[in-house]
Design a protein around this ligand. Structure first.
Ligand code: GUN
Length: 283
């Protein structure tokens, strides 16, 4: 029987800690703020943006909302980013992805000042993470590190295997685990003998994007299993990249879906906004 790693509880703790830190900043006359930009009518994005604004409200971070029509041009979006980059009252800038097809996402990500890049997607943020400099960490992998640390999982010296190599999760996840002195292997859908690799893991982080792909045959007895995936299963149910029913009996600790990694992303975003305000005020 695995211990369940409760992402809802841990994310709530982080939001509460951030709320306290934001309140302490306010006492010094500094109001942390986040600009959230949504372009177009993607319903899933609208939900994410609403949740981000709610989390801002909870933590005391001022949120500025820019909801732009589908027809917004790339030039118009870049112009708004330029304006927010130079606005001293804005600490963080978040452009919700995906963007409409006529807008080049890379160009948009690169236009956000690295000082305000609270998503941690700018190449400078990625580079800083790789060489161990201070900078914004991508929220989901940073959330996974918090789940491990706050569940007393020792990363240092452990065999960590990351399944998936995306820019948003797999690659930054590997970098953060290295920073914590884990022994890190990255594997993916083209890995020759995936089972042989994942079976070595003391800590297995799965972000392969395939519903219930990892069953018990991929997992060493007693491993800690972190599931970054989220998929719809039928009408109402959600599932992850891990076959929970199969893996739970062999793992020592496991994250559920929902209620595992998911809620951590927004909690870490709030913390990044606080950090942005601290850095921009030279504290
Ligand atoms: N779309 C899905 N996840 C994310 C995220 O973490 N940040 C942004 N900006 N867009 C997303």
């Amino acid at each position: 029987m695995a211990e369940i790693i409760d992402g809802k509880k841990i994310s709530q703790d982080i939001k509460d800690e951030t709320r306290d830190k934001v309140a302490a900043l306010k006492e010094k006359g500094i109001e942390a703020s986040l600009a959230v930009i949504l372009v177009g009518n993607d319903p899933a994005s609208a939900v994410y943006v609403r949740n981000k604004k709610k989390a801002c409200e909870y933590t005391g971070i001022k949120s500025l909302s820019y909801e732009l029509p589908e027809e917004t041009t790339e030039a118009e979006l870049l112009e708004l980013i330029d304006k927010l980059n130079s606005d001293k009252t804005v600490n963080g800038i978040l452009v919700q992805l995906p963007l409409p097809k006529h807008i080049n996402e890379d160009a948009v990500i690169k236009r956000i000042s690295p000082d305000k890049d609270v998503d941690g997607f700018h190449p400078e943020s990625v580079g800083r993470l790789s060489i161990g400099e201070r900078g914004f960490q991508s929220c989901t992998p940073a959330g996974v590190i918090q789940l491990l640390k706050r569940s007393n999982v020792q990363i240092e010296g452990s065999e960590c295997v990351v399944v998936g190599r995306s820019n948003i999760v797999g690659k930054p996840m590997a970098m953060l685990l290295i920073r914590e002195n884990g022994t890190v292997t990255v594997c993916h859908s083209r890995t020759k003998d995936l089972r042989e690799v994942t079976k070595r893991a003391d800590i297995l982080v799965v972000a392969i994007g395939k519903p219930e792909f990892i069953d018990a045959s991929y997992v060493k007895d007693g491993a800690v299993v972190i599931d970054v995936g989220i998929h719809r299963k039928g009408e109402k149910k959600l599932c992850g990249d891990v076959d929970y029913a199969s893996v739970e009996p062999v793992a020592s600790k496991i994250t559920p879906v929902p209620g595992g990694v998911g809620p951590m992303t927004i909690a870490m975003l709030m913390n990044n906004c606080y950090e942005a305000a601290v850095m921009q005020n030279n504290l």
